[in-house]
Design a protein around this ligand. Sequence first.
Ligand code: CA
Length: 77
Amino acid sequence: MATEQELQSLFNNLDRDQDGKVSINELFLSPGLSAIILSETNTTSPQELLSRYGLVEDGSITFEELKEVVEKANNLT
Ligand SMILES: [Ca+2]
């Protein structure tokens, strides 16, 4: 379970180039942080996270999208 603030701070740490999107490469660069995201979204790999939620086209996820996904997984407190 995470709060929106915790998610935001996780997201900012993952977004290394600070373009407002977390790409699949950025997920792979921070396995520890990715593991938290994956557990909050009930997925097991960055590929699954992106494919399950139809985000494969641009290969990245915005904070709004991430928040939606975590809400769908019922993990946002
Ligand atoms: Ca980025």
